[in-house]
Design a protein around this ligand. Structure first.
Ligand code: SAH
Ligand code: SF4
Ligand code: F3S
Length: 452
């Protein structure tokens, strides 16, 4: 029998990337082979993101384009998963009858069975139930996954979010926080290590509240710093990272992990969103600019070499010029190594979508480009601070690029392109003397291989 071919297109965050890996693996177990292009696929899965209007539009336009493919090949199965699937449910199929299956993030584990049902009944189907008692199935990743690095992987430690920031769709699409058991997390970490993985990023929308949902039910779950300690004590692991952290829950005990755990990489992504207390309050972020600055000062005292990155929204409803100046001043005070910045966009079911004082599109665009211009300069200045330093870099590339450079990543999460040495090995650490800064990377020269 000829194997059926499946293609998965992924939009959105690392959690969606991980979900796509899981779906790919389930499909392979069900007899599909994964392919890199849509043309020959018998099944197309579009794993969507809804975080901003643009993300949703991208997925919708890809889905719209599949109408023709379905006409040419009526046996093609089109499945939509991810946050747009959860948000829109059956409405997607009303708008686009060529969609066979809509599956929410908690239902992806049943994907092969759902596809079989659609095939045998030839009727469109929807599976978007969410429950607060959801148990994340234990799932050991497949290392042969074509789109994932063989030595750098993501492990989901929790799903959902309870924070309800007023602009954010995630609590509506991913449901309440559900923590995975430390047993399952450690089993997955150990499995990855035996397969040669060296770096693990623990994933959750707000990892700081890991275990709270379980502890509140009387279960004996560790908090996030203790989970980090458990993961760090696993032999064979070289680097640990985590993402993301809401500043409101950043504890001293998590900061201390940066002192005690040498494997924990000195990089902190700490989304600030705005430099105005008034706007932070309207966003329901539950911290102030002053308390955020205190956290940054403490982190930098504990780990002076820590790199800091952030997320910023400009043009939140009611954001005045003065509020925006507050955000610009915050950039000067903190001097982040990098910032992801976005124009505010209304999302379904969110509180802020109902606010009446929306900021004009041109104003949002102006503010965004001013902020991005300034941040570019700061990033370059920050990157120039590494020139002359020797950084420990884990090699990511298998081959040299056209300029004869190898590529790796520093502990502080900077991309480092370097020359010298003969065939540095993927997943291993090398000392690199940094010679030049660029906007998105550093350039350097290999010194000597560690541990040789
Ligand atoms: N859980 C993370 C954020 C995940 S979403 C946290 O709490 O920090 C990633 C980023 O998308 C957010 O930090 C925010 O900057 C941006 N974002 C979310 N909703 C948005 C919206 N409605 N408009 C514009 N940007 C948004
Ligand atoms: Fe969204 Fe806020 Fe939850 Fe982050 S913490 S996912 S921004 S609601
Ligand atoms: Fe997007 Fe959903 Fe992730 S909205 S950012 S795919 S949790």
């Amino acid at each position: 029998m000829q194997t059926k071919q499946a293609y998965i297109e992924t939009f959105g965050c690392q959690m969606n990337d991980r979900d796509s890996e899981i779906m790919g693996q389930l499909l392979e177990q069900a007899g599909y082979s994964l392919i890199d292009n849509r043309e020959n696929a018998a099944l197309i899965v579009v794993n969507t993101c809804s975080i901003r209007g643009k993300a949703e539009q991208k997925a919708m336009s890809l889905l719209g384009g599949l109408r023709k493919a379905k006409k040419l090949n009526p046996d093609l199965i089109v499945a939509v998963t991810g946050c747009v699937a959860q948000q829109e449910g059956e409405k997607l199929q009303e708008r686009m009858p060529h969609i066979d299956l809509v599956v929410g993030p908690q239902n992806i584990y049943q994907l092969p069975r759902l596809i079989d049902t659609v095939r045998s009944s030839s009727k469109p189907s929807t599976a978007i139930e969410q429950t607060d008692n959801f148990l994340i199935p234990s799932f050991l990743p497949n290392l042969e996954s074509p789109h994932s690095s063989p030595f750098r992987r993501f492990v989901t430690i929790m799903q959902g979010c309870n924070n309800f920031c007023t602009y954010c769709v995630v609590p509506h699409t991913r449901g309440r926080e559900v923590s995975r058991s430390p047993r399952d997390i450690l089993a997955e970490v150990n499995h990855l290590i035996t397969k040669g993985v060296k770096e693990i990023t623990l994933l959750g929308q707000n990892v700081n509240s890991y275990g709270l949902d379980r502890r509140s039910k009387g279960e004996n779950y560790p908090d996030f710093p203790n989970l980090l300690r458990m993961v760090a004590s696993t032999d064979g692991l070289i680097r640990i990272r985590f993402t993301t952290s809401n500043p409101k829950d950043l504890s001293r005990s998590l900061m201390n992990c940066f002192i005690d755990l040498p494997k924990l990489c000195p990089h902190f992504h700490l989304p600030v969103q705005s430099g105005s207390d008034r706007i932070l309050k309207k966003m329901n972020r539950k911290y102030t600019v002053a308390s955020y600055l205190d956290l940054v000062a403490e982190l930098r005292t504990i780990r002076p070499d820590i790199t800091l990155t952030t997320d910023i929204i400009v043009g939140f409803p009611g954001e005045t010029d003065e509020d925006f100046e507050g955000t610009m001043q915050l950039l000067e005070k903190i001097r982040y190594h990098g910032a992801f910045s976005f124009k505010y966009s209304d999302r379904p079911h969110t509180v802020s979508a109902g606010f009446s004082d929306k900021v004009a599109e041109e104003v949002k665009s102006e503010r965004l480009s001013r902020l991005q211009e300034r941040q570019k300069q700061i990033t370059l200045e920050r990157n120039s601070e590494f020139v002359g330093q020797v950084l420990e870099v884990m090699v990511e590339s298998q081959e040299q690029n056209t300029r004869g450079q190898w590529c790796g990543r520093s502990a502080g999460n900077l991309i480092v392109n370097f020359t010298g040495g003969t065939n540095p090995r993927q997943g291993e650490l090398y000392n690199i003397l940094i010679e030049k800064e660029c906007l998105h990377s550093l350039r350097g020269l290999i010194q000597q291989q560690e541990g040789v």
